[in-house]
Write a protein that binds this ligand. Sequence first.
Ligand code: THU
Length: 131
Amino acid sequence: MMQDSLVELLYNEAQKALENAIAPYSGFKVGVALQAEGEIYRGCNVENPSLMMSECAERVAILKALSEGKRSIKAIMIIASDGKYCYPCGGCRQLILEFAPEADIYIASDNGIKKYKIEELLPYSFRSPGR
Ligand code: THU
């Protein structure tokens, strides 16, 4: 698949995911789509009245892919409902480092799409001992 068409596909899928977000407490909806071994997985944030139990969209999408046996995540797209660039939280960066170290990370806003690698978003990272 051409890179541009993958980006477009992931953008559209992340928009769909955003519509499913459950964010009554923050009012901030996030949608993610990723490609892993030819399949697309979507995720949205899911908040809970016990706020510590809320899940980020990135985490949902990555865990969906992993739990379906996918181990190679090629690209991740992140979109937020406020139209601004939504940079993943620290915890999700650590998850990406561990399970999607090679992924192109696309962050979309109303002003365009930026592309990163996890090393840029999480420098001086903690890595599993022994790896
Ligand atoms: N959130 C995500 O889902 N992904 C991010 O990258 C940043 C934050 C969610 C968590 C919470 O439901 C809401 O956005 C506000 O923090």
